[in-house]
Ligand binder design. Structure first.
Ligand SMILES: *[C@@H]1O[C@H](CO)[C@@H](O)[C@H](O)[C@H]1NC(C)=O
Ligand SMILES: *[C@@H]1O[C@H](CO)[C@@H](O)[C@H](O)[C@H]1NC(C)=O
Ligand SMILES: *[C@@H]1O[C@H](CO)[C@@H](O)[C@H](O)[C@H]1NC(C)=O
Ligand SMILES: *[C@@H]1O[C@H](CO)[C@@H](O)[C@H](O)[C@H]1NC(C)=O
Length: 285
């Protein structure tokens, strides 16, 4: 009898001492929370009891609103969610949603993220027809800088992370988002941007060579074109060697995970159960 009771108490303790942290999902451009449902269901199926918050702001055309606007609005929601879960939360952003998520991580010191997973997001920017033609089928990547690198062009999210390797001076002059959160341009927020990033327990960057939208695909892992369109991988970029936002420190502490998966098209990452099982679930605890 006593043994049964002890076993029962033991089980009670084991069961109550572990629970998965809540997960927040941020969808990609020109879609909405519906596109993230598969990930949400799979997490709840494999990690029972997980609370999933699937962000439904800025769906469809409104996903083109400026990056800062989306970061600040969604960030306030996540700050509220975070306040309800002092044990910490996990954050997953897909495509543009992963770059919004990074802005939130770096901006909100009252959001406590354990693991941030960036699922095929243009973290180092975008220079290619892929993203461009999703939204602006008529535009050409070689000349679109004339539009994006202007006050008007910065009123759209894609303009905020358009990174034309041949027009870096204009990028620095006009882009109001990417060069700032990358601490490529110094600002009053530079220290906060880095320190908040370093509060992450884990940063997971997922991408792959058959993405066909993120261009270059290495941008999903902070690699990017140099001035003659050759790809320079993350560890040879200034953002890493000068540790501008903490990537090197996270890496040295084994808190940075780069995951490269071939054979996955950009529109499949969030629809592919194997990706969820192999690349997302192992990092969600
Ligand atoms: C956050 O919570 C506060 C207090 O409960 C509430 O007043 C506010 O509207 C919430 N903000 C958002 C963005 O949900
Ligand atoms: C989080 O911080 C922002 C300012 O950075 C503030 O506006 C917001 O009210 C805070 N939210 C919570 C829940 O503390
Ligand atoms: C870009 O990198 C390639 C390969 O390392 C190199 O040959 C080229 O000179 C570099 N271009 C510039 C502008 O730095
Ligand atoms: C799903 O992902 C796996 C790799 O995890 C890949 O081999 C497979 O081709 C993908 N399927 C689709 C439809 O993209």
């Amino acid at each position: 009898m006593e043994k049964v009771l002890v076993n029962f108490l033991f089980l009670l303790i084991v069961n109550s001492s572990f629970s998965y942290k809540p997960v927040v999902l941020i969808h990609g451009i020109m879609t909405g929370s519906g596109s993230m449902e598969m990930i949400s269901h799979r997490i709840q199926e494999k990690h029972p009891g997980t609370i999933v918050y699937n962000v439904n702001r800025f769906e469809g055309w409104s996903s083109l609103e400026t990056m800062w606007h989306q970061v600040l609005e969604i960030g306030l929601d996540i700050a509220n969610i975070s306040a309800k879960h002092p044990e910490g939360i996990n954050l997953i952003g897909y495509s543009q949603g992963g770059l919004i998520a990074r802005g939130i991580v770096q901006t909100f010191s009252n959001v406590s993220i354990d693991t941030f997973i960036s699922l095929s997001s243009p973290q180092a920017g975008q220079y290619g027809a892929g993203f461009l033609h999703l939204v602006f089928p008529g535009l050409v990547k070689d000349t679109v800088y004339e539009l994006f690198y202007s006050r008007v062009g910065q009123h759209t999210s894609v303009g905020n992370y358009w990174n034309d390797p041949y027009h870096q001076t204009l990028y620095e002059m006009y882009s109001v988002y990417l060069p700032y959160i990358n601490n490529h341009i110094k600002s009053a927020k530079t220290d906060d941007f880095k320190n908040n990033m370093l509060r992450l327990k884990r940063l997971v960057l997922i991408g792959g060579p058959d993405d066909n939208v993120i261009t270059p695909w290495q941008s999903s892992q902070f690699g990017y074109y140099n001035g003659s369109e050759a790809v320079v991988e993350m560890r040879a970029q200034d953002i890493y060697t000068e540790d501008r936002i903490g990537l090197q420190a996270l890496d040295k502490a084994n808190r940075l995970h780069l995951i490269t998966v071939p054979g996955v098209n950009h529109f499949s990452w969030h629809m592919n159960v194997t990706i969820v099982d192999d690349c997302l679930l192992p990092y969600l605890d």
